[in-house]
Design a protein around this ligand. Structure first.
Ligand code: MN
Length: 227
């Protein structure tokens, strides 16, 4: 097949003990831990979940150096459990939602917080604060058939060996199953979709040279350096 311009490469994420996972879309859940919602200045009292997106090619592989992005002075880490979708569905009942989950990974929703805050203030879109190049680091995916479904366990990120965010997956306001179900009523989910499920409290800025280690119990750690 000939194309008018060079065709973009398919973005993939390694799978532990399996073939690479092809990335179709990246969804992110906003404010899904109560203490983080409070630190962002909002009431976490189970307002409906909301979503934003990053481009598929904002994926950054484990053990990479992330180039400090342009036009920001406030690059934040958000450690998140990432859900990999393996089966198509829309209007998925909560009770069936986990059947659509292929696996899980540790991810970072890197955020140009100054640009995001400016967008919030002015009522503009979030993409330039959230969906920039290399903004979605992710460690290898573990199959749910190997590790089970994740509804509890420690989640944390360390920067240069110091713990910056720590929480527990059981503190999610909207569980993995509820998030998948809710999102599937807005958009048809397809194999290859990733859902970054939200971050616990303690988001903070990073600078060039920082080494980040992200963790969720039972999964491969995510390690990146800010360059
Ligand atoms: Mn996030």
């Amino acid at each position: 097949m000939a194309y008018a311009v060079p065709a973009p490469a398919l973005v993939t994420v390694p799978v532990v003990g399996g073939d690479p996972f092809p990335v179709r879309r990246i969804y992110c859940v906003g404010r899904n831990y109560a203490a983080h919602a409070r630190e962002m200045g909002t009431d976490p009292d189970r307002e409906p979940p909301f979503f934003f997106m990053k481009p598929a090619d904002s994926i950054l592989a484990n053990h990479s150096t992330m180039t400090y992005p342009p036009k920001t002075k406030n690059l934040h880490h958000e450690i998140e459990l990432v859900v990999a979708i393996g089966k198509q569905g829309k209007d998925i009942p909560v009770a069936d939602a986990l059947d659509h989950v292929y696996g899980y990974a540790v991810g970072l929703d890197m955020t140009r917080r100054d640009l995001q805050n400016e967008a919030k203030t002015t009522g503009r879109p979030w993409e330039m604060g959230k969906g920039f190049d290399q903004s979605a680091p992710i460690a290898p995916i573990h199959k749910a058939s190997d590790v089970g479904h994740i509804d509890k366990g420690a989640i944390w990120v360390k920067v240069n060996g110091t713990t910056k965010q720590t929480g527990d997956i059981s503190d999610l306001i909207w569980s993995v199953a509820e998030s998948v179900s809710y999102l599937s009523a807005l958009m048809e989910l397809c194999p290859g979709d990733l859902i970054y499920s939200g971050t616990p409290e303690g988001v903070a800025a990073v600078v060039r040279g920082d080494k980040l280690v992200g963790h969720v119990d039972g999964l491969t750690d995510l390690e990146i350096t800010i360059g």
